[in-house]
Write a protein that binds this ligand. Structure first.
Ligand SMILES: [Zn+2]
Length: 82
C-alpha cells in the first residue's frame, strides 16, 4: 500500500484523494483540490500522534520533523529551495 506523499499515512480504501492518488483526503481538499501547507500537515500529524499514539507534544513534534522531510511532497520543495 502506498503511503500519502504529504503525511505518510497509508492510503487505505476510501482515503485516496479523488484529484490525485498520491495524496490522502486530509492533505488535499476534496472540494478544491488544494493541498495543505507543510505547516498544516505537520500540525495535523502532531495532533494525530498525541491523540492516537499517546505521544507527548515534544515526542510528536520530533516524530513529525523526522518523517516529513522524507516524504516526496516536502522533499521536492527542499530540493527546490537549496
Ligand atoms: Zn496525507
Amino acid at each position: 500500500m502506498q503511503p500519502c506523499e504529504c503525511c505518510g499515512m497509508p492510503l487505505e480504501e476510501g482515503m485516496t484523494s479523488r484529484f490525485d492518488n498520491r495524496y490522502c483526503i486530509f492533505c488535499q481538499n476534496q472540494e478544491t483540490g488544494k493541498l495543505k501547507t507543510m505547516e498544516e500537515v505537520r500540525e495535523g500529524s502532531i495532533e494525530a500522534a498525541i491523540r492516537l499514539l499517546g505521544k507527548t507534544r515534544e515526542e510528536a513534534e520530533a516524530m513529525a520533523d523526522h518523517i516529513m522531510p522524507q516524504l516526496p511532497c516536502w522533499k521536492k520543495k527542499n530540493a527546490f529551495r537549496s
